[in-house]
Ligand binder design. Structure first.
Ligand SMILES: C[S@@+](CC[C@H](N)C(=O)[O-])C[C@H]1O[C@@H](n2cnc3c(N)ncnc32)[C@H](O)[C@@H]1O
Length: 285
């Protein structure tokens, strides 16, 4: 029997008084269907972040031992569980029950006592105003049709001196590449809303009244085959072949901004990932 040491003082509406919703029913269903189908791949055989990359992300957030952390759209809990050793308490929230089930399973396996996972929407977080020291969202912003609304929610639940961490791929600045980039992403995963550009993130931060404490741009190399597998498409399936055709067609001139390179029966692709540690803008006296 595992005895958890997390308390629920930060939680609002707990235990689950029904899912509040600011999402469209259609998009919510697409997300849940996609991530219920891919939860096993995500957790077991097509994992994205190596332990080294996860450590880099945790270190980037500069976690403090007294921090209460919250990772939104946490999936199977990779980030929330990785950061738990560095903070007082680590929460994860996600829409998809199957992802949460996997997160809790990994938590029990690793005997991590100061983490907790709850169901909720990023657009209307089941957490109290000003209750969290570090609110993160990694590799999920591109699934959110209303990213500015989610950023506002992150700011709402953060303490006045709290930090927000966003890690997400950045779309190409060129219009033609931007369009093809997002077309390939949606073909691969229908729950993909939009990957935005660096310039759009900077505009969103400005409008949300947050300043950047730290930022870093990383080139994350990935195997196309593994990336497709993580979205539920094995080699030779219809979606795989359609996405592969577009990706191969983009090689000459890097038309979609994935920097693709054919390698045996695979393609090496790159996601340009932005990491931003944010805080509320200090108001001038
Ligand atoms: C690509 S996965 C990323 C999971 C995790 N952040 C990671 O990096 O491994 C996207 C996750 O976002 C969740 N999600 C998508 N839209 C959401 C929303 N509006 N509110 C809460 N979770 C959402 C999905 O259920 C899924 O688990």
């Amino acid at each position: 029997m595992v005895h958890y040491s997390i308390s629920s003082t930060e939680l609002d509406n707990f235990p689950g008084s029904g899912l509040n919703t600011l999402m469209s029913k259609k998009h919510r269903e697409i997300v849940q269907k996609q991530f219920t189908k891919t939860a096993e791949a995500f957790t077991e055989f097509a994992v994205r972040d190596t332990p080294e990359v996860l450590k880099e992300k945790v270190d980037f957030a500069k976690p403090q031992s007294a921090d209460v952390a919250l990772d939104i759209a946490c999936g199977p809990g990779a980030f929330a569980l990785a950061i738990a050793a560095n903070v007082h308490a680590s929460w994860g929230v996600d829409l998809t029950e199957e992802m949460l089930r996997r997160a809790r399973g990994l938590q029990a396996e690793r005997q991590i006592l100061n983490a907790g996972f709850v169901r909720g929407e990023a657009e209307q977080l089941p957490f109290r105003d000003g209750s969290i020291d570090l609110v993160s969202c990694q590799c999920s912003f591109h699934h959110l049709p209303k990213p500015a609304l989610v950023l506002a929610e992150m700011v709402r639940v953060a303490k006045p001196e709290g930090r927000m961490l966003i890690i997400d791929p950045l779309a190409p600045e060129s219009d033609a590449k931007f369009e093809l980039y997002n077309r390939i992403e949606v073909l691969r995963d229908p729950s993909h809303a939009l990957t935005v550009r660096l310039t759009e993130f900077l505009r969103m931060f400005d409008e949300a009244g947050v300043d950047i404490l730290r930022q870093s741009l990383r080139r994350r190399q990935r195997s196309f085959n593994n990336w497709m597998l993580r979205a539920g498409h094995a080699r030779g399936t219809k979606r795989y072949l359609e996405a592969r055709k577009l990706m191969e067609g983009s090689v000459a001139g890097d038309k979609a901004g994935f920097s693709p390179q054919l390698q045996g029966d695979d393609i090496q692709i790159v996601h340009n990932e932005g990491m931003f540690l944010l805080t509320r803008r200090a108001l001038m006296a």
